[in-house]
Design a protein around this ligand. Structure first.
Ligand SMILES: *[C@@H]1O[C@H](CO)[C@@H](O)[C@H](O)[C@H]1NC(C)=O
Ligand SMILES: *[C@@H]1O[C@H](CO)[C@@H](O)[C@H](O)[C@H]1NC(C)=O
Ligand SMILES: *[C@@H]1O[C@H](CO)[C@@H](O)[C@H](O)[C@H]1NC(C)=O
Length: 149
């Protein structure tokens, strides 16, 4: 009796841990954001996964800059239509990254990550200066890192 009660407790506790990990954080990987010298375009490229054991989804955008990493209001992920993401160019030179998916019919669940200006480099290519993301390629986007959370 005691042993089965203990097992039942352990199972429900680990299920709760997995659920809360999926609900509160997303793993962002291979994050690249670059403006292309002598082009008017910039690109964003990254992967997203809700759990390290699950396959990652791939997200990217190739959009008009020029030279400075621009805001994007609704980016997409080519192999997972549930995700939508955004980048907001901040006045201090940093970027706010957010990604969300439908939580139920009335709301989305949103995960955020703030990129400080110190992680954005400006590189000189002759007469052109282009912005490039130089922060960690892997990071966590979290519900509690969203400004409104
Ligand atoms: C959820 O996100 C989608 C895609 O960005 C958007 O069209 C929709 O309005 C959002 N829904 C809510 C309730 O915010
Ligand atoms: C631009 O400059 C960076 C270093 O500042 C260099 O690594 C890169 O190859 C240059 N790219 C082009 C297209 O000139
Ligand atoms: C980023 O995550 C991937 C996949 O988990 C891993 O292969 C890679 O080594 C990580 N890179 C860094 C710089 O931590």
């Amino acid at each position: 009796m005691k042993v089965s009660a203990l097992i039942a407790f352990a199972v429900s506790a680990s299920a709760a841990t997995i659920q809360s990990r999926q609900a509160l954080n997303l793993g962002i990987g291979k994050f690249h954001a670059d403006c292309i010298p002598h082009s008017t375009y910039c690109s964003y490229d990254f992967t997203v996964t809700s759990d390290p054991v699950l396959p990652e989804s791939h997200c990217n955008a190739f959009i008009q800059g020029p030279d400075q990493l621009p805001s994007i209001s609704e980016g997409s992920c080519r192999d997972n239509a549930a995700y939508t993401w955004s980048v907001t160019d901040k006045e201090d030179g940093g970027l706010d990254f957010a990604i969300w998916y439908p939580f139920n019919s009335r709301s989305n669940i949103t995960y955020c990550h703030s990129i400080p200006a110190s992680q954005i480099n400006t590189e000189n290519n002759g007469t052109v200066q282009t912005e490039h993301y130089k922060g960690p390629v892997n990071f966590t986007a979290a519900v509690f890192d969203c400004p409104s959370a």
